[in-house]
Ligand binder design. Structure first.
Ligand code: NI
Length: 241
């Protein structure tokens, strides 16, 4: 149930019996030499849309840019500064709240967004917004997804340009596999990083991951695990009256 494909009378009708909204967010940033620049928002949008269908909940258009400063040393990456990202999210939620939405599920595809999303939630509650609930759902951290990622990729999953997110987006974009030769990475790194520090430390843009393991044919299982995870969490989420 896509908000983008609904009309305002349909949304008005929906709000007579429901007040939930799923909001997919991600980023536009490099995902190693074989991963798609849109990986984080494409994946979040795909899992959010399917979960929305099953739960009969409206899904907003994805916010396809995120907090990606550390990736700016790689061509094609784009970023929004954390304070602005927080402000953009808070404005979107203020508007949706005004229409009568109360239960907000942010399905996130990018770890760098987390702090700003939580700060936006806090800001909204600081202002009031009585009856609203906000949940941040990082799709790749759902237990169903972690279990499958461990089964498929073990300790080569890593934390950026992971075979899990690449497999899902390869599936979405009809790619089966791409060759990748892992390169040495520093044993540890401080966080957060500037774009220069990131580019020096992680020269191909991957982080602890082995994207050579990604397969488009794994995508449907990963999508299904994420959707099941979201359906479970959203189906059991707390309600404020
Ligand atoms: Ni990613």
């Amino acid at each position: 149930m896509r908000l983008a494909a609904a009309t305002w009378p349909e949304v008005s009708e929906y709000l007579k019996t429901k007040n939930s909204l799923i909001v997919p967010i991600g980023s536009t940033e490099q995902h190693g030499p074989t991963g798609l620049i849109g990986t984080d928002y494409l994946s979040a949008d795909a899992v959010a849309r399917e979960a929305g269908e099953r739960l009969k909940i409206l899904v907003s258009p994805p916010l396809s840019y995120g907090v990606s400063s550390h990736h700016m040393g790689f061509p094609g990456s784009a970023t929004i500064r954390p304070s602005v990202y927080q402000a953009v999210l808070a404005d979107l939620f203020r508007g949706f709240y005004g229409h009568g939405f109360r239960r907000f599920y942010v399905v996130n595809g990018h770890g760098g967004n987390e702090a700003s999303v939580r700060a936006a939630f806090q800001e909204l509650k600081h202002e009031g917004h009585s009856g609203a609930t906000f949940q941040l759902l990082d799709w790749w951290k759902l237990p169903e997804v972690s279990k499958l990622a461990n089964e498929l990729y073990g300790n080569e999953e890593g934390s950026h340009a992971t075979p899990t997110e690449l497999s899902l987006t390869f599936h979405l974009e009809n790619i089966e596999r791409r060759e990748y030769q892992p390169v040495p990475e520093p044993p540890s790194s401080a966080w957060p990083l500037t774009s220069d520090e990131m580019r020096r430390s992680f020269v191909t843009g991957t982080m602890r991951s082995n994207p050579a393991l990604a397969r488009g044919s794994h995508g449907p299982r990963i999508l299904e695990a994420a959707v099941q995870g979201l359906v479970t969490v959203i189906g059991n989420s707390p309600v404020l009256e």
